[in-house]
Write a protein that binds this ligand. Structure first.
Ligand SMILES: Cc1cc2nc3c(=O)[nH]c(=O)nc-3n(C[C@H](O)[C@H](O)[C@H](O)COP(=O)(O)OP(=O)(O)OC[C@H]3O[C@@H](n4cnc5c(N)ncnc54)[C@H](O)[C@@H]3O)c2cc1C
Length: 497
């Protein structure tokens, strides 16, 4: 019989991290992925010979001794990663419509000094805000792991507003905007984003920010190799359609086509709204539970414009550019129908073989509602109007970005685009949401889901649990696996690797 210790649903970073941890600790793991290639948002794909990334453009805390480095070291993949450290003097640049620009530098002292040069009266506020950010980030440090905890109790920060905390320390309105300028990284909402989420992500990048060389697929592949070398199974093209329950236990998962795979534990590292919709023979959850889960709000999606560049035209610059067409970085409610993009994050892709970049990725926030006319369609069958919509929008995005990079247009060979519909159909995330559920500081207990479910051997993981992104998803996986392996045991194993 097809029977494993653990079946993991979904091969994004969340599923892969669970698969690596459990297989390293001797469990017989089977990882199931619906797509033909593993990786979820880590996936890189080829167009016209160019490598394009789905959703992992830069990652924080990857220097030795920092948390993400520690996780990847324990996973056994750190030495196979091809990484480039971004510019320490300014890894993120922020430009506003008045042509003024600012940057976030690496290391707390440099971060404060760089911004204090432009906002000298705010030096003390910058320092006190940075103390808070560092305290939050330290909740998941390697030292905490070595003490036998995956995370300290960050719940108080989950119930605090990021925006209000910034305002509490900083008086200058432009500096407030600059400090929240990375909010595209967490689909920030002024009236929802928690201090926890903002500070975790900001802290990790201030510690150190890196980008993947030649795309992020090699991380997914390295993790899958670890699972296989530990005796585990990784199956692509294996869509789970049902989780069959027997009383309050999950008995097996059923794939499209009817194959059943039995396991002692099932970990679902896909969106919780999908997980709970797959329960078959459910006598555990009442209708009100499904209504509540389905009513949780998701973050907005991203309209991605990939610029495939002519050879040796644009020199790679080692930083990201956040370009704003608005004075309020938290606000993305611009008129998309009028093609008036609110902001765009520009990331250049480094190559191992050239000082020039071959691919520039432009990430523009976009709620799925702007793709509403095509909501019922699937990939490749959305029709000419959809194509025209995407083409027109990408032209506007390129026009907007060209105000800051006048030379860009002449470098372009080809343009590819992905809308929130693309992400919806590719990763199956409801509404093509970029980062899954919104963790709202007004309701931290409801919007931060626990790893355990009321089904004794069904656990959830992935970006919807703790926070999203590379670090959030890896930490969520540790929280989930600690239910099986024991929290103190696993934390020390990761921390002492
Ligand atoms: C455009 C974009 C840019 C981003 N940029 C960054 C960044 O620069 N840095 C950063 O840290 N984070 C970034 N993120 C966020 C980060 O990519 C995610 O938070 C993280 O990768 C999510 O991992 P996951 O495993 O939870 O989900 P996913 O990566 O979505 O993986 C879920 C997997 O489950 C599979 N699946 C779904 N349903 C089924 C089923 N029924 N059966 C089997 N398999 C199924 C999907 O196909 C998918 O492979 C970005 C995200 C997006 C969308």
């Amino acid at each position: 019989m097809n029977k494993f210790d653990v079946v993991v649903i979904g091969s994004g970073l969340g599923g892969l991290s669970c698969g690596v941890m459990l297989s390293k600790e001797g469990l017989n793991v089977c990882l199931l992925e619906k797509n033909s290639t593993i990786g979820g948002c880590l996936q890189s794909f080829k167009r016209n010979g160019y490598t394009l990334d789905t959703g992992m453009h830069y990652v924080g805390s990857l220097s030795e001794g920092q948390i993400m480095h520690q996780y990847f070291k324990y996973f056994g993949v750190i030495d196979s990663l091809r990484l480039r450290k971004l510019d320490e003097n300014g890894f993120d640049h922020f430009s506003f419509s008045d042509s003024k620009s600012y940057c976030h530098a690496m290391g707390y002292e440099r971060f404060i000094d760089t911004l204090a040069q432009q906002f000298p009266k705010e030096r003390a506020g910058l320092r006190s805000l940075c103390d808070v950010i560092r305290n939050v980030g330290s909740e998941i440090s390697p030292q905490v792991l070595r003490q036998g905890r995956i995370s300290n109790d960050g719940q108080a920060y989950m119930a605090m507003s990021a925006h209000e905390e910034i305002c509490r320390h900083i008086g200058d309105e432009r500096l407030r905007q600059v400090l929240a300028g990375n909010c595209g990284l967490f689909a920030g909402e002024k009236d929802a984003t928690s201090l926890y989420e903002y500070a975790m992500i900001t802290h990790s990048n201030i510690e150190s920010a890196y980008t993947f060389v030649d795309g992020s697929q090699h991380l997914a592949d390295a993790m899958a190799d670890v699972i296989k070398s530990n005796g585990g199974t990784v199956r692509a093209g294996a869509k789970v359609e049902k989780i069959h329950l027997n009383g309050n236990e999950a008995e097996y998962v059923e794939l499209a086509g009817g194959e059943r795979i039995y396991a002692k534990y099932i970990i679902s590292a896909i969106h919780p709204q999908l997980t709970f919709a797959m329960l078959e023979n459910n006598t555990v959850y009442k209708k009100a539970f499904f209504t509540r889960v389905n009513s949780l709000r998701n973050t907005y999606g991203i309209f991605t414009t990939y610029l495939l560049l002519k050879p040796n035209m644009l020199k790679y610059t080692n930083r990201n550019y956040y370009l704003f067409n608005t004075d309020d970085v938290w606000c993305i409610e611009k008129d998309y129908k009028g093609m008036n993009v609110p902001s765009t994050l520009l990331c250049m892709q480094p190559n191992s073989d050239s000082e020039y970049t071959k691919v520039v990725t432009l990430l523009t926030p976009m709620p799925l509602s702007h793709c509403e006319p095509w909501a019922a369609t699937s990939v490749g069958q959305r029709g000419e109007e959809y194509k025209a919509f995407k083409e027109q929008l990408s032209e506007h995005v390129i026009d907007f970005v060209s105000q800051h990079f006048p030379q860009l247009r002449s470098c372009i060979d080809k343009v590819y685009t992905a809308s929130p519909l693309t992400y919806r159909d590719y990763t199956a995330t409801p509404q093509g949401s970029a980062y899954g559920l919104i963790k709202d500081y007004h309701n931290p207990m409801i919007t931060h889901l626990p790893a355990r479910t009321r089904i004794s051997n069904l656990l959830i993981s992935g970006q919807n649990l703790n926070i999203h992104g590379c670090i959030g998803t890896a930490v969520s996986a540790a929280v989930t696996c600690s239910v099986i392996l024991g929290s103190e045991y696993l934390a020390k194993k990761i921390g002492e690797a």
